[in-house]
Design a protein around this ligand. Structure first.
Ligand code: GLN
Length: 197
């Protein structure tokens, strides 16, 4: 298995470290040729406006859209979740737009702009969630599965092959979410063993 980590900007090294620790081969995605033969992709946190611009400039936006819309397992955290969102509140901008949710950027007030809290994630159990100038999901379409809420706000969802998280699981020291993501990548490999060709 080969997992791509979008490495245009932001916290990609932390995802690579966690994936490597649990025995996965990862590759940094910076240009279109890096998308070849991936079994899954991670969209890390960072600054979504910058990441969106770099996706355009690098020519990655359209081929990445094709892959994600075509079922490539995708783990998106924080700014990565913003890249996936179909709508960004109070903004005309969207990036990949493959996840039918409305996202609110920098949704936690000043004092709370960064915080850690432990809450249950469906199918995973209690998880220490690290929020850094995080968005939350203000609205999710009916067919989006809600995996976790904090103070009544949606912070984790699954929609087919796409997992979107407001928080940073790569910073929690707990690899359970990454392992679950890898199990989705493996399952897909069973169903489409020839997708590398
Ligand atoms: N505030 C950032 C944004 O809006 C996201 C923060 C993060 O990824 N930790 O893009």
């Amino acid at each position: 298995m080969k997992i791509g980590v979008l490495a245009l900007q932001g916290a990609f090294i932390e995802h690579e470290n966690m994936l490597t620790d649990i025995g996965t081969v990862c590759t940094e995605v910076r240009q279109v040729s890096d998308l070849q033969g991936l079994d899954g992709i991670v969209l890390p946190g960072g600054e979504s406006t910058v990441q969106g611009q770099l996706l355009q400039k690098s020519g990655l936006l359209a081929p990445l859209w094709d892959l994600i819309a075509g079922g490539l397992p995708t783990l998106a955290t924080c700014a990565g979740l913003i890249l996936l969102a179909q709508k960004i509140k109070d903004s005309p901008v969207t990036h990949l737009g493959t996840l039918p949710v409305t996202i609110k950027r920098n949704a936690y007030g000043r004092q709370l702009s960064s915080f850690v809290t432990e809450e249950p994630v469906k199918g995973i159990g209690n998880f220490s969630m690290v929020f850094i100038r995080a968005p939350y999901i203000e609205h999710a379409d009916m067919d989006v599965e809600i995996l976790a809420k904090v103070d009544g706000k949606i912070v984790a969802v699954k929609y087919g092959n796409q997992i979107g998280l407001s928080f940073h699981p790569e910073l929690s020291g707990n690899p359970k979410i990454h392992k679950w993501f890898l199990s989705l990548c493996e399952k897909r490999l069973d169903v489409y063993p020839l997708h590398h060709t």
